[in-house]
Design a protein. Structure first.
Length: 135
């Protein structure tokens, strides 16, 4: 469109988050909410958009659902590692590593508390990571 800013597409934003999660050791990643997942897992969920400028600039917030098996207490340590920015299993560090890739920059802004998450009828232990997206 004439007079509108060209920003990264929605598909590019989702792909960029998914690609970043590929840097997390030992964690299965999913680009879209799947009918079943293999824990430990990080799944790109909803992406919300808000117009930020008259010429088409957008502010985006994405949700990444982080899941582990509820099978034993050891899984709490796995979830701790996935949410520790200094760990090689960190979802947060992977997200923060993205600065201007295909016009997309990412930074995590918050995590929810640990809770039971039901995914397609199966219970997991998990949380949601809120990701700020700049395009």
């Amino acid at each position: 469109r004439v007079g509108h800013r060209v920003t990264a597409s929605n598909a590019t934003i989702r792909q960029t988050i998914y690609d970043a999660l590929g840097n997390v050791l030992g964690v299965n990643r999913y680009q879209f909410p799947e009918s079943s997942v293999q824990a430990p897992a990080a799944c790109v969920g909803a992406i919300e958009f808000e117009r930020s400028t008259f010429d088409g600039g957008r502010r985006c917030v994405a949700r990444v659902v982080v899941l582990v098996s509820p099978s034993d207490d050891e899984q709490l340590f796995v979830l701790d590692r996935m949410l520790d920015p200094s760990d090689d299993m960190s979802v947060l560090a992977a997200i923060d590593s993205v600065t201007d890739i295909d016009g997309v920059s990412l930074a995590w802004s918050s995590t929810g508390g640990y809770e039971e998450v039901t995914w397609n009828g199966i219970g997991y232990l998990g949380t949601t990571v809120t990701v700020d997206v700049w395009v």
